[in-house]
Design a protein around this ligand. Sequence first.
Ligand SMILES: NC(=O)C1=CN([C@@H]2O[C@H](COP(=O)(O)OP(=O)(O)OC[C@H]3O[C@@H](n4cnc5c(N)ncnc54)[C@H](O)[C@@H]3O)[C@@H](O)[C@H]2O)C=CC1
Ligand SMILES: O=C(O)CCC(=O)C(=O)O
Length: 443
Amino acid sequence: MSYVSEQLEKLKAKNPNEPEFIQAATEVLTSLEPVFEANPKYQENAILERITEPERVIMFRVPWVDDNGKVQVNRGFRVQFNSAIGPYKGGLRLHPSVNLGVIKFLGFEQIFKNSLTGLPIGGGKGGSDFDPKGKSDNEVMAFCQSFMTELCKHIGADTDVPAGDIGTGAREIGYMFGQYKRIRNVYEGVLTGKGLNWGGSLARTEATGYGLLYLTEEMLKCNGKDINGATVCISGAGNVAIYATQKATELGAKVVTLSDSTGWVYDAEGIDLDAVKEIKEVKRGRLSEYKNYRPNAEYHEGKFDWSVKCDVALPCATQNELNADDAKRLIANGCYAVAEGANMPTTLEATKLIQEAGLLFAPGKAANAGGVATSALEMSQNSQRLSWTFEEVDAKLKNIMVNIFHNIDNAAKKYGYEGNYVVGANIAGFEKVADSMIAQGVC
Ligand SMILES: NC(=O)C1=CN([C@@H]2O[C@H](COP(=O)(O)OP(=O)(O)OC[C@H]3O[C@@H](n4cnc5c(N)ncnc54)[C@H](O)[C@@H]3O)[C@@H](O)[C@H]2O)C=CC1
Ligand SMILES: O=C(O)CCC(=O)C(=O)O
């Protein structure tokens, strides 16, 4: 058994109740086999043993009082995974499915993603099993204040800088920032995704979706295809999905689907984004309302099954939302590219099928890195006490995404895996972190 396989078996035995973390680690470690064979220094320095163990896990009680005066208790997490190349950086997920294994998978992915951006940010992630859906603003504020009352002891502008993720948007970041300032008495860039009046960056809201399209556009271009004129299926209807739809449409593509946790819409004439923004960003409603705006569109209850014919598929909702059966449908329908806007939306089996069928496949840690990259640009602006224009930030974002594509393409080629961007992303993200860990000694 190879050293890498042995480490993977040990990891599985050590973390038996964390399937998402094991899934993410399996993909990364398997990709790294050729790197470990060619570079004995990584094994000698026990890099795999160290990089798969978080530097710190913080798990805490989050008590708050609901609108009926009843005490509620949630569980909070922050996994500070790796600080070799910069302060921990990564979002906070608020969703009932959150547990330690989910946050560890997200934090682990974040190490390599953040490295790929070329910016000085380490990997971390956090969140809670709190569900903001159906809660009043007052209840969301009560939760966020309680959550930050503990979290504020462990973060800081040069230590760990959280941000949004599923369930954490501008409203939640605002409440958390207010509480941090109140307790710590410092005004600093401790969170990203802040409001524009109080330290936020222009284009951060759009960044993950826009970045996904910049990378997809480059990947298609380098493989003789064009986003202009393509039919695109997108899943999700949150921050990433909305701005991916916006940029895809701007680039001349037609987006025909979106989904949320209760159902999905198919609009053959192209998604009406104003309607979606109204439903999701203003009303915080369900996609079932879409038909009120577009009577000719179809609404289907349940999970989106990727059955709509498309050229390009962009899963932008959540982990493991694109399974083997979905992949078979995409392949049968002539789809030629999949790029992940969400974190790990494609199961390992589905990824294998997609790659074996010869479709282009851009993994999330590369394709959705535009969000965290722009967060790092927000941190730079906060440090400088300056604000850049939308055009400046957007131009930097585009440049970062194009560079990421070429770096992962080159890393894949270097190790004999041309066109395998999963392997390329894992290797390109890993080398910088691993070399920094070696330079910093055993820690
Ligand atoms: N917001 C950001 O900047 C970044 C987000 N991501 C990832 O993108 C994905 C989406 O995040 P956001 O758009 O920010 O979140 P969001 O909270 O704005 O939207 C999430 C969307 O996914 C849908 N969803 C959630 N669980 C689902 C389920 N079980 N089945 C079907 N749909 C489901 C929700 O209904 C919603 O439409 C997540 O995987 C997140 O980790 C990745 C990089 C950066
Ligand atoms: O902007 C950030 O720091 C959060 C980004 C994030 O959570 C992600 O890339 O999945």
